[in-house]
Write a protein that binds this ligand. Structure first.
Ligand code: 2U9
Length: 368
């Protein structure tokens, strides 16, 4: 039977003691039976709710109803009762949440002796690593770094670099064009950049001379993939424009860069070449870093390895940016460009460019 608060007829100390003892006995019985959060809340409300909780009923039925002379005695007991009830209700709730957290701990038990999940360390891709190494050599010489979009207009990829419309030099670039551009003027038609050179045009449009900038990035050409060709590859190009820049500055800069990249014992050789954006132009070779120049399979017994192209910026290129201070009679400059994959292949002794793009962990793990 659930406990109910009786009306008191007898206010003698003995009768009050009995009533209090019965109430506490009822309370303890109910407290012991609680087995869930819901029951625990209902139990607290039943005994302690301000509105019609058992303590409130005790107040009304015992204290308020007590005759004057008994009020003091009843008051003391009712006060003590409040403290006791609160204590017992709190204890009951504590016991319940204690066993709930015990159950949760039990369900979350883990075996810390099991082996952990193996997360192997990542590493820079050898192409990106090589690209950063090249860029850092030029940064150390005071060059800033610029990047630009891979989708370009005909104007920035060709025209402003002195490849006039229909010029045969365009054919050497195996360009991938964006479809559906026929309605536009040729100079506005979109294509995938075939070199990072458009970035140098953007840089000169933004910054008057002097300028020293290196440009790393991805380029696209309609090449069939084989051991030395890939339709996507990376370049690092550079440009220096100032008053009195000479071919001598170009040679000194690139000689230093090659020594920084391949070791201070390599020598460089400049060989006449042609590029539409430079005049004069040169191909640069370094002494074979495998055989030291004696001749081996890597350098095809020549003792030299061709690594990059360069030249003095053609005045026709400056014409396109002369409004920003690039007056060909006042300034001069040199430019250079290199293929990152080719340099990485030579540096690490890799004979197939496709290995860079296949994502084979057995290959990539060797660079961790
Ligand atoms: C501007 C003016 C001149 C960039 C240059 C080369 C020479 C060059 C090739 C190397 C191997 C491309 O990846 S590759 O096939 N590049 O030989 N690039 S001079 O000359 C510029 C660029 C921008 C405004």
């Amino acid at each position: 039977m659930a406990y109910t608060v009786p009306k008191l007829e007898d206010y003698s100390p003995a009768a009050l003691d009995k009533a209090v003892a019965e109430l506490l006995a009822g309370l303890r019985q109910e407290a012991a039976a609680i087995s869930s959060e819901g029951e625990s809340k209902a139990f607290r409300d039943r005994w302690m709710a301000r509105k019609n909780g058992i303590l409130t009923q005790v107040n009304d039925l015992w204290l308020k109803a007590a005759p004057g002379p008994a009020k003091r005695e009843v008051g003391t007991r009712v006060n003590n009762l409040k403290t006791d009830v609160e204590q017992i209700v709190d204890d009951a709730q504590g016991r319940l949440s204690g066993s709930a957290s015990q159950a949760r701990l039990e369900s979350e038990r883990i075996d810390i002796t099991l082996p952990g999940i193996h997360r192997p360390l990542g590493a820079e891709h050898p192409v990106i690593r090589t690209m950063n190494e090249i860029v850092n050599v030029f940064r150390a010489m005071g060059y800033s770094v610029a990047e630009g979009p891979e989708i370009e207009t005909d104007y920035f990829n060709f025209e402003a670099l002195n490849f006039p419309p229909n010029h045969p030099a365009r054919d050497t670039q195996d360009t991938l064009f964006v479809a559906g551009q026929e309605k536009k003027q040729q100079r506005d038609r979109l294509l995938l950049r075939t070199h990072t050179s458009p970035v140098q045009i953007h840089a000169m449009e933004q910054q008057p001379p002097p300028i020293r900038v290196v440009v790393p990035g991805k380029v696209h050409r309609a090449d069939t993939a084989d051991a030395t060709h890939s339709p996507i590859f990376h370049q690092v190009e550079g440009l220096a424009v100032d008053t009195n820049i000479t071919f001598c500055d170009l040679k000194g800069t690139l000689d230093h860069a090659m020594k920084a990249l391949f070791g201070s014992d390599v020598n460089t050789r400049f060989f006449p070449s042609f590029f539409p954006f430079t005049e004069p132009s040169a191909d640069v070779s370094v002494t074979c870093f495998k055989c030291g120049g004696k001749g081996c399979r890597l350098c095809k017994n020549s003792g030299w390895i061709e690594l990059l192209g360069c030249g003095m910026v053609d005045p026709a290129v400056f014409k396109f940016v002369e409004n920003n201070g690039y007056k060909a009679d006042k300034i001069s400059g040199f430019a250079f460009g290199m293929g990152v994959e080719r340099i990485a292949m030579l540096k690490y002794g890799i004979d197939d460019i496709q290995l860079f793009f296949q994502g084979d962990m057995r290959f990539l793990e060797q660079f961790v």
